[in-house]
Design a binder for this molecule. Structure first.
Ligand code: TXA
Ligand code: MG
Length: 327
């Protein structure tokens, strides 16, 4: 009945992870988007543990992960028909719905907001863990606050060096960018964070034009200007400017990385870090590429803007966040 697990995850590891969660501990687990750092969503002390592990401000809400769509009725007391429609169409999958919360969702989970973020992940390991645990998992991305999300188990290990949580290693995350967040707290749906479920797909499924989000009504870490950032500075440059800018930086004594297609011709003295040839492989490899920039000790990473269509919107959003002003 159950979906087969990735071969590297024996069932006893899932059972062990579920036991850790029941005891109020943290488990890092793969989803189709990025790795999450999970805790029992109904155990406030456990959820607080996520915040301290990440170094994340306590007023930031976390997404509640559920095994199946029907479970949202336990976490929200008002589910508009369009939210059900999106849930039916895209779950399990890389979509998060922001809905009015029920009393089950505490302030620790929602950051004190009247809403809760809910998502049913499709990754077989996430599904197996949710099934074995038998409850809901509060889980942000398994990285330190403000840093690049992990798309491989070893990224999680690097993030929490010295204080590594139990990690279920499910290999590379297929999507590579965080879920699309659709907000139902206002008058009609709005996209708060673009992802693999595109604006066009959400609009077509809802059969209506999406509202533009009001930044004042939301408080979400992905909404901060600088986020998803490596240590190196990131600059987005138009293709015709790439060589000039790279050469200029090299001349200034900077170690320069260029994120681009394998076929890209780059100036001498720069490091080419491969992103794929199409938007989905670029999305899958972007965060690993940003980590590589730091591993190579580069000062600056240059990337050309993807076309803002389909998945390109999410890619551009994450590049812009990585290139945003630093605090
Ligand atoms: O793909 C994903 O969504 C991954 C995987 C692990 O599921 N999770 C993830 O979590 O990206 P996190 O915490 O890194 O980002 C979740 C975003 C944050 O920006 C958070 O503020 C926002 O969702 N969020 C959660 N609940 C919210 C709410 N009630 N209202 C507005 N934003 C909310
Ligand atoms: Mg995050």
């Amino acid at each position: 009945m159950s979906a087969p697990l990735a071969p590297e995850i024996p069932r006893r590891e899932i059972v062990h992870a579920a036991a850790i969660l029941r005891a109020g501990g943290l488990v890092a687990f793969p989803t189709e988007t990025v790795y999450g750092l999970g805790a029992d969503a109904e155990n406030e002390a456990a959820v607080r543990g996520i915040f301290s592990a990440k170094g994340r401000p306590a007023d930031h809400p976390v997404i509640v992960h559920l095994e199946e769509a029907a479970d949202i009725a336990r976490w929200s007391n008002h589910i508009p028909p369009l939210a059900w429609r999106l849930a039916e169409k895209f779950w399990p999958g890389p979509l998060t719905l922001i809905l009015p919360r029920s009393s089950r969702a505490t302030d620790v989970v929602t950051g004190g907001l009247p809403t809760v973020g809910l998502r049913v992940p499709s990754h077989a390991v996430a599904q197996a863990l949710l099934r074995e645990f038998g409850g809901a998992l509060a889980a942000p991305s398994a990285n330190r606050f403000g840093r690049v999300s992990p798309t491989r188990a070893e990224h999680v290990r690097e993030e929490f060096a010295g204080d590594v949580p139990f990690i279920l290693d499910g290999g590379l995350c297929e999507v590579g960018l965080e879920s699309t967040i659709v907000d139902f707290s206002g008058d009609g749906p709005a996209i708060l964070r673009p992802g693999a479920i595109t604006h066009e797909q959400v609009e077509a499924t809802c059969g209506q034009t999406l509202r533009s989000p009001q930044s004042s009504t939301t408080r979400f870490s992905g909404g901060l200007e600088s986020h998803y950032a490596p240590r190196a500075l990131v600059e987005i440059v138009e293709p015709h400017e790439l060589h000039r800018r790279a050469a200029e930086l090299v001349k200034q004594g900077k170690k320069v990385a260029i994120l681009g297609q394998p076929s890209l011709n780059v100036p001498a003295g720069t490091e080419l870090i491969h992103l794929g040839n199409d938007a989905s492989s670029q999305a899958r490899s972007l965060y690993a590429a940003l980590r590589k920039v730091d591993e190579l000790g580069c000062d600056v990473a240059l990337a050309c803007p993807p076309a803002p269509l389909g998945l390109g919107v999410a890619l551009l959003d994450r590049l812009q966040k990585a290139a945003g002003p630093r605090g």
